[in-house]
Design a protein around this ligand. Sequence first.
Ligand SMILES: Cc1cc2nc3c(=O)[nH]c(=O)nc-3n(C[C@H](O)[C@H](O)[C@H](O)COP(=O)(O)O)c2cc1C
Length: 221
Amino acid sequence: MDVYEAVDSRRAVRAFSDEPVSKEVLERVLAAATRAPSSGNLQPWHVYVVTGEPLAELKRRATARALAGDPGDEREYPMYPADLTSPYLDRFSAAAAQRYNALGIERGDPDRPTKIAALNSAAFGAPVMVFCYVDRTMGPGQWGDAGMYLQTVMLLLRAEGLHSCPQVMWTMYRKTVSQIVGADDGLVLFCGVAVGFEKEGVPRLRTGRADMTETVSFIGV
Ligand SMILES: Cc1cc2nc3c(=O)[nH]c(=O)nc-3n(C[C@H](O)[C@H](O)[C@H](O)COP(=O)(O)O)c2cc1C
């Protein structure tokens, strides 16, 4: 698979089969991903790979919280700016509508937030979760590095025939995640990534994008 194909075929998959992923494959991907760039080569990411019984226990605990309507742990960073404006708000709304349609959750459904939380807390059925933490002392530059690292992981997963879904939602249940992985207080949970093989027979969602000309300016070209 070439890089263009890996980028184009990566999607946030929200229905995984229970087919296990071997440790050998995960190690190959995560070893290759160590080549991700970072400013000053700090490599500021701390990663926990959770599978098997510990993941089953994490899903049970997080799903119990989701179904109880638990608003989640105090956030350590905002998921989005409080005053999201156009064009970001428009893009957010369009993607949310597409996503919930694909998941069969009606816009007017009063249980929508609980249903969404419960799907997320079950990692969409994924047999593996990768949790990426950043040291509390790090700044925006290193958070950017962590994003580059996770995209590298997600593209390498494509080369192995695997899919992924980045999930900021796990920050809602960050204390439950920490209990399972044993992350200390010096680390901030940036994002979880669900990993596995895509479930067959589920409609595939290809989320739209702004045209390149909306976000890219060529100067002197
Ligand atoms: C940092 C990050 C966090 C995300 N968190 C969630 C999440 O909690 N739940 C979810 O269903 N999707 C989540 N997504 C997936 C985005 O909704 C998705 O990437 C976006 O809508 C574009 O769709 P695509 O990845 O399928 O192309 C997240 C993506 C990123 C990059």
